[in-house]
Design a protein around this ligand. Structure first.
Ligand code: GRE
Ligand code: ZN
Length: 336
């Protein structure tokens, strides 16, 4: 097989693509089991713009990456003051190194310090209105005060953040992180399950369900979320999840059937899950307008993702939508 993807898959926009700013290296998640060499290779790619990333994009037909601070990023900070400073530093770095010099190749998702929801709302507004960012990426629950304290985004204290996001009209990418250190009993003796192999998706799927059953989308009916990895398992499970919620909603009252929130408020990307049967299922469940190609660079290979997308059975308008047009519409990027 040739290394070069076919022309039909070229000119894509990808949305789960990471960088790191030196001041956030301390809160970067190291996947268990990776050798020091593999990790330093990833770190070099996270830090880089011109030497590795742009040539890879050129070689693989990725027109534009929407770039975000890698996990756990700001969500892994325990001190609100430091979280706010690091969020600003990260966003300014992203604007200065990526978006400013290469406005047609890079766009940004902001990092925000949800340790202080009002400050997070203000930083979202600053980055969108002044730096031209396209939304916010949140790495799961937020620590506050302690590494074993988690705050999930359905809590009422986050309403000021969601209200601002809704009025800005930008999406929030809910990106994975590993479960709280105090809640890892089920993974004991199985470090291999802890990161992106399994725990990331399980953690993120429950977080997304908390947002749905909390009534967040009844309160803010224009909110739009993005989930990676073909939906973190939620798309496949939603029919059963909705059914069992109807049997026992435990006092939660929602305006719509549960699965409708998934279809009305979530976009799904293909990041790190380059599997055609799953893509077909996600398109069937979500509709062609809510599925977007992405890679998860540098944790995944851009060439592998591009080759898969180039060969998957999408034609014409459908290929255009998944490859870039849905992202253009959602993020307000002018069509090419
Ligand atoms: C990811 O973004 O998917 C990711 C990380 C850290 C380790 C592995 C991984 O953020 O896939
Ligand atoms: Zn990722």
């Amino acid at each position: 097989m040739s290394d070069v993807p076919p022309a039909s898959s070229r000119s894509t926009i990808t949305l789960e693509e990471h960088f790191v700013v030196p001041s956030s290296l301390g809160t970067t998640f190291h996947p268990p089991g990776l050798s020091a060499e593999a990790w330093s290779n990833i770190e070099a790619k996270l830090l880089d713009v011109e030497e590795l990333r742009l040539p890879q994009m050129d070689a693989n037909g990725v027109d534009m990456q929407v770039v975000s601070l890698t996990a756990n990023g700001i969500q892994g900070e325990t001190d609100p003051r430091s979280a706010k400073d690091h969020a600003k530093a990260s966003n300014d770095w992203l604007a200065e190194k990526f978006v400013g010099p290469y406005p047609t190749r890079f766009a940004g998702f902001a990092a925000v310090a949800l340790q202080d929801p009002v400050a997070a709302a203000a930083e979202a507004e600053r980055t969108v209105t002044q730096l031209g960012f396209k939304g916010v990426l949140v790495n799961g629950y937020t620590n506050l005060g302690h590494e074993n304290h988690a705050e999930y985004l359905d809590l009422p204290k986050f309403h000021p953040f969601w209200e601002r996001i809704e009025s800005l009209g930008v999406p929030v990418y809910l990106h994975p992180r590993a479960p709280l250190p105090s809640q890892r009993k089920i993974y004991e003796g199985h470090d291999e399950l802890m990161g992106p192999m399994w725990a990331f998706g399980a953690e993120t799927a429950v977080h997304a369900l908390r947002l749905m059953t909390s009534g967040l989308f009844d309160r803010y009916p224009r909110l739009q979320m993005i989930l990676g990895h073909m939906g973190e398992g939620l798309v496949a499970m939603m029919a059963r999840t909705q059914r069992r919620f109807e049997y026992a909603p435990c006092g939660k009252e929602l305006k719509k059937p549960l699965g409708q929130y998934l279809r009305d408020h979530f976009y799904i990307t293909t990041s790190g899950n380059f599997h055609t049967p799953t893509l077909k299922n996600v398109i069937e469940e979500m509709g062609i307008d809510r599925v977007m190609f992405s890679v998860d660079y540098p944790y995944e290979s851009m060439s592998e993702g591009a080759r898969w997308f180039g060969g998957c059975p999408l034609e014409g308008e459908e290929r255009l939508k998944v490859g870039r047009a849905n992202a253009e519409r959602l993020l307000g990027i002018a069509p090419k």
